[in-house]
Design a protein around this ligand. Sequence first.
Ligand SMILES: [Zn+2]
Length: 324
Amino acid sequence: MPAGDQESEFIQIAHRKKSEREAGLRRIVAVKYSFHFILWLATTSITLGQSDPQSREMNQPVPPFRIAGNLYYLGAKEICSFLITTPQGHIILDGGFAETAPQIERNLAQLGFKIEDVKILLNSHAHLDHAGGLAELKQKSGAKFIASAGDAELLRNGGHGDFRFGDTLLFPPVAIDQIIGDGETIQLGGQKLTAWLTPGHTRGNTTWTTKISDGAKTYDVVFAGSPTALDYKLVGKESYPGIAADFEKTFTVLKKLPCDIFLSDHGTFFWFLKKREGLMRGDNPNPFIDPDGYKRFIAHFEKEFHEKLEAQKKAAASGTPAPE
Ligand SMILES: [Zn+2]
């Protein structure tokens, strides 16, 4: 559906307190997108993720399945995790919430693969709904964890000191074995993946690309990192210095990447459930092959970013508080 004819997006921030001692500040950030997207970032502690209704909904189990060739889906309903298998071991991108890790392990086993054969772990970005399960997956697999420098600190300290969320969205800390830079590649068993830094949503938000062969065809696959600006400050005292320029860079990078199979860290970003349903039905061509969807995704979030930027500029010029 076209982005333009939907209601305008809004950000709603609700603060709910249990007791300071018990739960600290319990914060839910809900972002509703004009695609009818709802993205939730929830909870304050590692153990609260599953007790929050929104997180639970995002973390609903989905039977694992093959997307194409040696590329599989391991994640939950909204929180994605991907597997790439090779003869020399496997690669997992994203670990979901801490509570998603056991689901990912079960899904891996259900597909007939062993956790000990997972050799490399990757991450889209250092938020609790994508990095929370990495520590457990690393511990169970003994895999090497490769991450960007921009997100390294958050990953190592379990989300403390996030430029927007402070110490409220925590997850199990995970040790990093290798830092990857912009445009650098990793290789395992003939599979090459490239890291593209697409910062803004987090400082080290990373988009990964690879090629997947399926039958006689080879596809360019993009695992797009979150491009959402949430309620970040983009003008004046920015959420972090250079954040607006980072987002601009991110959209430029995303637009340059060739894409046949379009994937991302949140299911709603790429119409995951609908495509999965189509694939299960045997739709041909494979519904995950969606270059147009990739372009619409970028256009939607680039427009949204610029609208936020302009609104904040206007508000700054008139001396009124920026609308959220
Ligand atoms: Zn995020």
